[in-house]
Design a protein around this ligand. Structure first.
Ligand code: IPT
Length: 969
């Protein structure tokens, strides 16, 4: 029977609460009907049936718009839409996503939620496979791995319960309800619920059944919950295994000759598990009714001497915060996407993940076990929006909510407790402080004594085993490292981590290398986790990638959701390349002038025998062939002086560098032999001086002045052409399209240079021509470059000379007035015909670099198309500068610089780049604009953290720099 009308129950007048049929939505309790939480496992010999796939779907505007008749057998949903499960309906054409950072997109009135509460009824009819034994033997469990934010479930017309806790599993016993054919599974999902108050993470609000739905056969005597305890004694080299199981059985590990009863400990020599050596032993848990494969990693986590140690060794976290993200599927990730994340992390020297800010799909943790990553597993809890009311009514400090908090803690710990990769439990993120958090910490400490507990909001570390902060400035981190930060006595005894730092929003983050130096200098500083792994842009025809506000949200936080080291399609951004270099596990130091370099093993656990060291010279950026550098298999922390294998070649006047690269000597599961892990480069022979290019004399020629191959406008002093190459608009340039880090976060008012620059008018500098002097051997053009309404200026002299073939420009800049802000950039820009300019070749850094993001700036001779020279930040902004450029060839010009310069070129102006909001706003014009910069302001991390350190400031001060231009053909 089909019905589209509301039942009388859902029409009752509202007298202070929702109709009873949906009262669970606003109930602070975690739900009812679900089985107790237990360990999650991917496979067993018991049957299972995936219920993923296409489901019937009906969207209602309110929680109570429809009665439950759709759950009845025989209901005809033939005219409903269809959605993919796992999935979010707002990404499948029904309603829209909403992005807010910490503001609740509904009135803060806990636990009440809006009447307008998008509610998706999901329906799936399924038959049991022919050989499914459940009907005759044992029971069955229906498992939901993730539903946002609240669901009520019916099977074959029977209401089996409702639950909240979006990124946590919920299981229901359903064996007694199953039929061989025509089972009707009905799931009503509400976007908003009391649970939404606990899930105020900085991300898109994305309702739906977004993780797997599985029916598990439970044979008689099958496994319930089990806890694999596998510790490692680094003194004896032995591991102790004990598998506690609610249902008695046996545990076998063939590789270790183990065959013991559950609950019985056994100690044997083993190879330990670590993120660097992820040794897993295959085993099996066998009960009367089921066999479950185990992957056992032996390791012991401890807090000792004020340090986080694993297997007796202090670890240095080189981590990232990972939200689950896919630009089309949102938080519904498939295994291959998860694997891609893990492989990308491993290939970029990352050794740790904080699962910000909820437990990930459980399969992700299996990959962390397998490939080797330290994991801080974080509970699905954030109440950040309460900060707007000074944390009044914060659920974590209100006993009525404590059962829900404990339920969340238990669902995380029970689900994930058998993963060796998980070394730390985190209570949640940005939830203030309160008794509920303490209750969670106490429960977790009691349930699992083998791991540590983290929570950043607990400044006194009452409940936690480490002092954790986010976005702390370098100087404070240093004080913490030195133990000079004060705090409670307990805190002073604890190790420190930065659970978030290096805000990777847009161009940046800057300053990573400076943090890493601190981490390496002070033992108490056990590393950090860059914020964050991937941009949460949503693929969208209108914009390429959409961000907050693009769906008409009434409240939103714009592109603050695009702050990752990967672009939404998982292309590494320059920030990831930089991070990889900053955290490289081998240090190669020294300039080689004494014929040696110093190699230091920066791994915590492995020696260097898995690496091969390659040594090569390059002349003018061109490699000259490789040699082997004989590095001994140094133990962790050890260093050695290693002899350079070959004398430097005669560069014949060209610049010579050597490069040492540490490469994988063997194939690993995450990268092949030859993969570069670390490198260092040093200049042996500097390049020669720039050609003087003098001798020719400026000649007046009507409205033109000719100087060697160059022609200038006699009235303006502007360069018009060099030989056959037309040049337009060559002038001093100080503007860059402010980066997200230039713009800064709203709470950092006094040093937000993006807006200070704009306020001063650096984006609309006026260029006043003061004089053109055509002398004996130089054409000198003087300008005063200044913004309207201000008395600051840059007095600029362009001095042009030529030897008849080459054209040399020396730019001298003298600031005038009281400059209170640094300059965005300082250099010249000019336009070339786009028709004649589709690529560039240069000798300088291969990739993008800025003053405080240049650790990975490896010098090479390189070429790229103009399009490839752009870094496509989701919100367009300054990008693509190449550092240390000696020379560049572009559009028929060969340009040498003294000193080295920053080079960029694009098919639009910096002003157009600044105006663009999305990639699709950038439309190529007829001109390629080239910037040759003497200086760039640092990048910093001020979109959520410190700006550039003072040494990366581009302060206005007198400067002089030169270029020599030669036509190439
Ligand atoms: C911090 C949050 O923990 C994280 O979820 C994210 O919002 C990040 O900031 C910024 O992208 S909270 C910080 C603003 C104090």
């Amino acid at each position: 029977m089909s019905s589209r009308t509301s039942s009388p129950a859902s029409r009752v007048a509202r007298t202070g609460g929702p109709p009873s049929a949906v009262s669970y939505v606003e109930d602070v309790s975690p739900g009812s009907g679900a089985l107790p939480p237990r360990a999650w496992y991917a496979t067993s010999d018991a049957d299972s049936l995936s219920l993923n796939g296409s489901w019937r779907f009906r969207l209602s505007a309110t929680a109570d718009a429809q009665d439950d008749s759709f759950a009845a057998e025989g209901y005809d949903a033939g005219d409903w839409a269809e959605v993919a499960v796992p999935g979010h309906w707002v990404l499948q054409g029904h309603g829209s996503p909403i992005y807010t950072n910490h503001l609740y997109p509904f009135p803060v009135d806990p636990p009440r939620v809006p009447t307008e509460n998008p509610t998706g009824d999901h329906l799936r009819v399924f038959d049991l496979p022919g050989d499914w034994p459940a009907l005759t033997e044992g029971g069955a469990v229906l498992r939901f791995d993730g539903v946002e934010s609240c669901a009520r479930v019916w099977l074959n017309g029977t209401d089996i319960g409702e639950f909240k806790g979006s990124r946590l599993p919920h299981e229901f016993a359903v064996g007694h309800l199953l039929k061989a054919e025509g089972n009707v599974l009905a799931v009503r999902v509400h976007q908003w619920s009391a649970g939404s108050y606990l899930e105020d993470q900085d991300q898109w609000w994305l309702p739906g059944i977004f993780r797997d739905v599985t029916l598990l056969h439970r044979p008689a005597g099958s496994v319930l919950d089990f806890f694999v305890h596998a510790s490692y004694d680094h003194v004896t080299g032995e591991g102790t295994l004990r598998v506690d199981s609610e249902v008695d059985g046996r545990v076998t590990v063939p590789g270790l000759d183990i065959d013991v009863a559950t609950g019985e400990p056994v100690t044997v020599p083993v190879a330990p598990w670590s993120a660097e050596t992820p040794r897993l032993y295959d085993g099996e848990l066998v009960t009367e009714g089921e066999r479950i494969p185990l992957r056992i990693g032996f390791r012991t986590v401890s807090l000792e001497d004020g340090l986080i140690k694993v297997n007796g060794t202090a670890v240095l976290f080189k981590g990232v915060n990972r939200h689950e993200w896919h630009p089309v599927r949102g938080r519904a990730l498939d295994l291959e996407t998860m694997r891609e994340d893990v492989l990308l992390m491993k290939r970029h020297n990352i050794n740790a993940v904080r699962t910000s800010h909820y437990p990930p799909h459980p399969a992700f943790l299996g990959l962390c076990d397998e490939y080797g990553l330290w994991v801080i597993d974080e509970c699905d809890l954030e109440t950040h929006g309460f900060v707007e009311q000074d944390w009044r009514d914060n659920p974590v400090d209100d006993d009525r909510w404590t059962p829900a908090l404990l339920d969340r803690a238990a669902r995380m710990v029970e689900r994930d407790k058998n993963h060796p990769s998980v070394v730390i439990w985190s209570l949640g993120n940005e939830a203030g402080t309160g008794r509920g958090l303490t209750a969670m910490a106490e429960w977790i400490h009691g349930r699992d004594t083998s791991r540590l507990v983290h929570y950043e909001g607990d400044l006194d570390c009452r409940d936690t085993d480490m002092y954790s902060r986010m976005y702390t400035f370098h100087d404070e981190v240093e004080r913490i490292g030195q133990g000079l930060d004060g705090g409670t006595e307990r805190r002073r005894r604890l190790p420190f981590i930065l659970c978030e730092y290096g805000h990777a929003m847009g161009n940046g983050p800057g300053g990573l290398a400076d943090y890493q130096r601190l981490f390496e200098a002070h033992e108490r500083l056990q590393g950090g986790f860059v914020w964050e792994w991937i941009d949460h842009g949503i693929e969208d025809d209108r914009y390429a990638y959409a961000y907050g506000g693009d769906f008409g949200e009434e409240l939103h936080d714009g592109n603050f959701v695009c702050d990752g080291l990967l672009f939404p399609d998982r292309t590494p951004s320059p920030g990831l390349v930089e991070y990889k270099k900053v955290i490289e596990p081998v240090r190669i130091e020294g300039d080689g002038s004494d014929g040696t370099v110093r190699v230091t093993n920066g791994y915590d656990f492995t020696d260097l025998s898995h690496l091969a060291f390659e040594f090569s010279y390059q002349v003018d950026g061109f490699p000259t062939g490789a040699h082997t550098l004989a590095v001994p298999p140094l133990a962790p922390g050890e260093s050695a002086e290693v002899e350079l294998p070959a004398p430097a070649p005669d560069g014949k006047g060209e610049e010579v560098q050597w490069t040492v690269r540490a490469l994988l000597a063997v194939d690993t599961p995450w990268a092949g032999r030859g993969h570069e892990v670390a490198w260092t480069q040093k200049t042996v022979t500097p390049r020669g001086p720039l050609p003087a290019a003098t001798g020719a004399r400026p000649e007046a020629d009507g409205d033109r002045i000719t100087l060697g191959p160059a022609r200038f406008d006699a009235r303006t002093g502007d360069l018009r052409s060099l030989g056959g190459v037309d040049v337009t608009g060559l002038r001093l340039d100080v503007w860059r399209a402010p980066t997200d880090n230039d713009e800064g976060a709203s709470w950092q008012d006094d040093t937000r240079y993006g807006s200070l620059w704009r306020k001063l008018g650096l984006h609309r500098m006026q260029h006043r021509l003061e004089s053109i002097e055509s002398g004996e051997e130089a054409l000198t053009v003087r300008t005063r470059v200044a913004p309207a309404a201000a008395d600051v200026a840059l007095r600029t002299v362009f001095r042009w000379t030529s030897d008849g073939t080459r054209l040399r420009l020396t730019v001298s800049v003298v600031p005038e007035g009281d400059w209170r802000v640094p300059l965005p950039r300082l250099g010249v820009r000019f336009g070339l015909s786009a028709a004649a300019t589709d690529s560039a070749t240069w000798f300088g850094s291969a990739g993008e670099a800025y003053p405080d993001t240049r650790a990975a700036a490896k010098l090479l001779q390189w070429d790229a198309s103009i399009d490839e020279l752009q870094t496509p930040y989701v919100r367009p902004q300054e990008n693509g500068a190449r550092a240390d450029v000696r020379w560049a060839e572009i559009g028929g010009l060969y340009i040498e610089g003294d000193p080295e310069f920053w080079f960029s070129a694009r098919r639009w102006t910096n002003e157009q780049l600044d105006a663009a909001r999305h990639r699709t706003d950038l439309v190529p014009g007829p001109t390629v604009w080239v910037n040759l910069d003497h200086g760039q302001h640092g990048i910093g991390s001020q979109s959520c953290g410190p700006g550039p350190l003072p040494r990366y400031f581009l302060n206005a001060r007198p400067a002089e720099f030169s270029f020599v231009f030669t036509e190439t053909d």
